[in-house]
Design a protein around this ligand. Structure first.
Ligand SMILES: Cc1cc2nc3c(=O)[nH]c(=O)nc-3n(C[C@H](O)[C@H](O)[C@H](O)COP(=O)(O)OP(=O)(O)OC[C@H]3O[C@@H](n4cnc5c(N)ncnc54)[C@H](O)[C@@H]3O)c2cc1C
Length: 293
């Protein structure tokens, strides 16, 4: 029985996910689904529920490690026109989940809107960035998000606004399955000044992160008051290698996938790093990336 009958145009089966991740790693999903609009997304969610099929939401795969076997699930990606829009209304913008952060930053520079320079150089989507409150030394996206439109795992759509909507370090209190869009409050500023800040953030990233490699950004969250990268470095783990996975020499909180690397190599290296940091500093590192088994 085809559980997605009538939706064949947007559903692929046994679909390789590696090319949808920054690591370029990971096996096939049972179903890979690209709904064209919210009604279709609702229908997909309904069919998944009826068939007790787990659902995963994929952004740009820049904070993900997918197992070599791939997930026995429906992986849903919001990438059609409807889900990638960026709408401007004075100093307020509504960005849909599948829109690219880089495009959002550049469009805001052109429009003379300041507030999201902090997300410069983060290679994700709005949905992924909002879900984990992406950011860094220059601030995070949560600072400008006023409200989000969400869809829960029953297919119900609703809004959540500040102060009920909360952002914390690399986390939010969003528990609904899908972020559909985010409304942000920016402020007018001189485009040249905004561009200078964007360039500064970009240069900082280029100097501090191994950007031209296959990676997934920072692997671990910073424990309170300490940098995870500094702990890994002080444990002498830069350059540590398991299979094709290696701890970056440039930034110790990055694990690079070299040619021939498998997801299982990265997972084993993550475990090894965690264990060594625990032994040396008695600190448990918590994952920043998400692993789909
Ligand atoms: C080179 C490099 C540098 C990076 N630098 C930074 C940095 O400076 N700061 C930082 O915070 N991060 C950084 N990252 C990590 C990553 O880019 C961010 O976490 C980004 O926000 C993830 O977005 P994504 O669309 O790729 O999400 P994905 O990796 O596809 O997904 C991440 C999580 O978000 C969920 N998700 C995605 N879309 C939706 C949606 N529409 N609704 C609900 N849930 C959703 C997924 O289910 C998953 O749980 C970096 C990554 C790389 C590769």
């Amino acid at each position: 029985m085809n559980i997605f009958s009538g939706l064949e145009e947007i559903v692929k089966t046994d679909y390789p996910l590696a090319k949808h991740t920054w690591y370029g790693l990971g096996g096939p999903a049972d179903y890979f689904i690209r709904p064209k609009n919210t009604d279709q997304l609702k229908e997909v969610v309904k069919r998944c529920n009826e068939n007790k099929l787990p659902v995963y939401v994929l952004g740009f795969g820049s904070n993900l490690l997918i197992s070599d076997e791939g997930p026995r699930a429906a992986v849903i990606k919001l990438e059609t026109d409807k889900f990638t829009k960026i709408e401007f209304n004075g100093e307020e913008i509504t960005a849909w989940a599948g829109a690219e952060l880089a495009k959002l930053v550049l469009t805001c520079v052109q429009e003379g809107l300041s507030g999201i320079e902090a997300i410069t150089g983060i290679p994700g989507s709005i949905g992924g960035a909002v879900k984990m409150n992406a950011g860094g030394n220059f601030g995070d996206i949560g600072a400008v998000v006023e409200s989000v439109t969400l869809m829960d795992s029953q297919g119900d759509i609703f809004e959540k606004s500040k102060p009920e909507l909360m952002f914390d370090y690399r986390s939010t209190n969003i528990i609904a399955k899908f972020v559909l869009n985010a409304r942000m409050q920016l402020s007018s500023a001189d485009p040249e000044q905004i561009m200078r800040t964007v360039k500064e953030a970009w240069i900082y990233k280029k100097n501090n992160q191994p950007l031209n490699t296959k990676n997934s950004g920072c692997i671990f969250k910073n424990p309170r008051g300490v940098s995870a990268g500094a702990l890994i470095d002080r444990a002498g783990l830069k350059g540590l290698q398991i299979g094709g996975a290696v701890v970056s020499e440039k930034h110790a909180n990055f694990i690079i996938a070299q040619k021939g690397c498998k997801s299982s190599d990265v997972m084993r290296l993550i475990d090894a790093v965690r264990q060594r940091v625990k032994e040396k500093f008695d600190i448990e590192l918590e994952l920043e990336i998400e692993i789909w088994k």
